[in-house]
Design a protein. Structure first.
Length: 106
C-alpha cells in the first residue's frame, strides 16, 4: 500500500527544505509543494489563522514511519500536521512510489 502524506509548513522555505530532505533520503518518491494555503485552526484554546504551504508526498508503506520521524525531527511546529491517506490508482505510478521511497536506518 502506498500513501499520500499531507504535511503543512509555515513558509515556502521550510516546505521546500522538508520536501528536498524527504526525497534525498528516499523517504518520499516525490513531494508536491503547494503555496498559498490559508489555515483556520484551534490552538491552545484560541482560534488562529495563518498562511501555510502544503506538502503532498508520495510515500510507500515501508517508508511511512521513517517519513514521519524525519518530519518531526526537522519541522518547526510544536505539533506538525502529518496525515497519510492510502492510495489507489494507476498501478505503474504506485509501483514507482514503492520503488522510490524506502525505510531507512537512522
Amino acid at each position: 500500500m502506498e500513501y499520500l502524506a499531507y504535511v503543512t509548513a509555515p513558509s515556502m522555505d521550510e516546505a521546500r527544505r522538508l520536501a528536498r530532505m524527504l526525497v534525498e533520503k528516499k523517504l518520499a518518491a516525490g513531494v508536491n509543494v503547494v503555496p498559498g494555503a490559508w489555515s483556520v485552526y484551534r490552538w491552545q484554546g484560541k482560534i488562529c489563522e495563518a498562511g501555510e504551504c502544503l506538502l503532498l508526498a508520495q510515500v510507500s508503506q515501508e517508508a511511512l514511519p521513517d517519513f514521519q520521524q524525519a518530519v518531526l525531527a526537522e519541522h518547526s511546529y510544536e505539533l506538525p500536521c502529518i496525515v497519510a491517506l492510502p492510495l489507489e490508482g494507476h498501478a505503474p505510478f504506485l509501483r514507482w512510489i514503492a520503488e522510490n521511497s524506502r525505510a531507512r536506518d537512522f
